[in-house]
Design a protein. Structure first.
Length: 505
């Protein structure tokens, strides 16, 4: 009976990944009790990784993409959802992060958000998750825009629900930047539609092969690429288009910060990779556009400038926010190399960074739960009062530095190999040098929490509850485990890199 039920469900897994969080958000809207909304969100988020992993295993086994036609209308007339090695990999990362942090949510959300608004918070959480999964699974450029806006609108609300009044300003700043990015994206997609008459990713790629050969269309295609590149870069916080991110992460509720750090930028990175390689791949090869060179410069700037900014922060969440900008730089550096090893490192870092940074923000969420602050001055000596919490923070921190034996080292190793394969030996030095800066800012907060005398706030602190420690340590241990067993990250990332490189060959 169970196999029959799964056989009925399995063909519809792509649409269920979007429908479940969407209807879950609808249910939580009508609830007034935070605990009931949390239970619905927990149930939904625990199911989604099962579906994502099932899709990943299937496409890895068959090597063929799964195409799901909405309403049985084939493309380009209808919208299709397409799952290949790349999209299944990112779907799994997003859904796993969304599920792991939900046990943490109950106490954290209850402490930071008043009871009447808690159900609304979970509504926005599920709606944001729906949008992020939709971005990754859709095979239609305009549908991707719709999901991008769904996730963005929900994100604005999540940020604005922070306790500090600056949360409203941070949400407003992100709204302005996000609107600019979305407008630029839709202008680019509109230009492509005028040139090709389609919005389906696969059809766009095929028709661009013809359009790019016509001088009358070539400039329109290049202009569209420029609009799309800048628009999506704003969403993924690529330096210097990252100005919205530090305040958004610093003043959002703790759970929202951890969730967004682990998922939102990853979905935007996926969209940019899909468009650059799978849609514009032929345009890049014919016109020799300097996209890789631009990405290389911006990535290296992010790795250094954002890391230096993190060193001088006194707010731990802002420090990690600047670190996220630097880590996006590492990912885009691998993209700029445009070779197998570089892309493998970039895609592996999508998962590895999601795990490490979510763990770090959860640890700060547990600290905030106990003392109501993540300022360095208030966190002094708190490691003595919350050793398990700050121990997990230390594990994820050494992973972020790229220490051998951690997931972060694996990502940077492949980025280094990619740089060597590209003949860019100086880039290897820059990867190591920028990693040393992360040693400074992680080392600084480690010194504050472990080696200083406890502050007045820290003196009364207690260890985090078990419901917070379990998700935190799952992610911390994953940081160590994936530093040795890379089958779940590097092996899958290598296959996904082949999919991307196939678009420009």
């Amino acid at each position: 009976m169970s196999s029959l039920s799964w056989g009925t469900i399995e063909p519809h897994l792509p649409i269920l990944l979007v429908i479940l969080p969407l209807f879950g958000s609808l249910l939580t809207t009508f609830l007034r009790k935070g605990i009931l909304a949390w239970l619905i969100a927990l149930a939904v988020t625990l199911v989604l990784p099962v579906f994502s992993i099932a899709l990943l295993m299937k496409v890895m086994e068959t090597g063929q993409p799964i195409v799901y036609q909405i309403g049985n209308w084939p493309a380009p007339v209808g919208i299709v959802y397409k799952v290949d090695q790349l999209s299944a990999y990112v779907l799994t990362v997003i859904s796993l992060i969304g599920a792991v942090i939900m046990p943490f949510a109950r106490r954290s959300v209850a402490a930071e958000i008043q009871e009447p608004a808690q159900s609304w918070y979970y509504t926005m959480y599920l709606l944001c998750l729906c949008g992020l999964l939709g971005i990754v699974i859709t095979g239609d450029a305009f549908n991707a825009f719709v999901f991008l806006e769904i996730s963005s609108l929900a994100t604005y609300v999540l940020i604005a629900m922070g306790r500090h009044r600056r949360a409203l300003l941070a949400a407003y700043q992100y709204l302005i930047m996000g609107t600019i990015g979305a407008t630029m994206y839709i202008i680019g997609i509109g230009l492509l539609y005028v040139v090709t008459g389609t919005l389906n990713f696969d059809d766009l790629a095929d028709r661009l092969r013809l359009a790019i050969a016509d001088p009358g269309y070539r400039n329109a295609v290049i202009t569209a690429l420029g609009f799309i590149f800048v628009g999506v870069s704003l969403k993924l916080a690529l330096f210097p288009m990252h100005v919205w991110l530090p305040n958004a992460y610093a003043y959002a509720p703790s759970l929202a910060t951890a969730f967004l750090a682990g998922t939102a930028t990853k979905a935007a990175i996926y969209l940019l990779l899909r468009l650059i390689f799978s849609v514009f791949g032929v345009a890049l090869t014919i016109d020799n556009l300097p996209i890789p060179q631009i990405l290389l410069v911006l990535s290296i700037a992010a790795m250094f400038i954002a890391s230096f900014s993190a060193v001088f922060e006194e707010n731990a969440k802002r420090m990690l926010a600047y670190s996220s900008v630097a880590q996006v730089g590492y990912i885009m550096l691998g993209v700029a190399l445009i070779n197998q090893a570089g892309l493998t490192g970039a895609l592996a870092h999508i998962a590895n960074h999601a795990i490490m940074k979510t763990a770090l923000f959860l640890a700060l969420g547990a600290v905030f739960y106990r003392i109501g602050s993540v300022m360095y001055s208030d966190m002094a000596g708190i490691g003595r009062k919350m050793p398990l919490t700050m121990g997990a923070f230390a594990v994820a921190g050494i992973g972020l530095m790229g220490t051998p034996g951690t997931a972060g080292f694996i990502s940077k190793w492949y980025l280094g190999i990619g740089a060597i394969d590209a003949g860019m030996y100086s880039v290897v030095f820059l990867i190591v040098a920028s990693s040393l800066i992360s040693v400074i800012y992680i080392g600084r907060i480690t010194e504050v929490v472990w080696f200083r005398e406890p502050s007045e706030a820290a003196k009364t602190a207690k260890e985090a509850p078990l419901s917070m420690l379990i998700p935190l340590w799952i992610l911390a241990l994953a940081t160590l485990y994936l530093g040795f067993d890379t089958r779940a990250t590097v092996d899958v990332a290598a296959k996904a890199a082949e999919v991307l490189l196939g678009g420009i060959r």
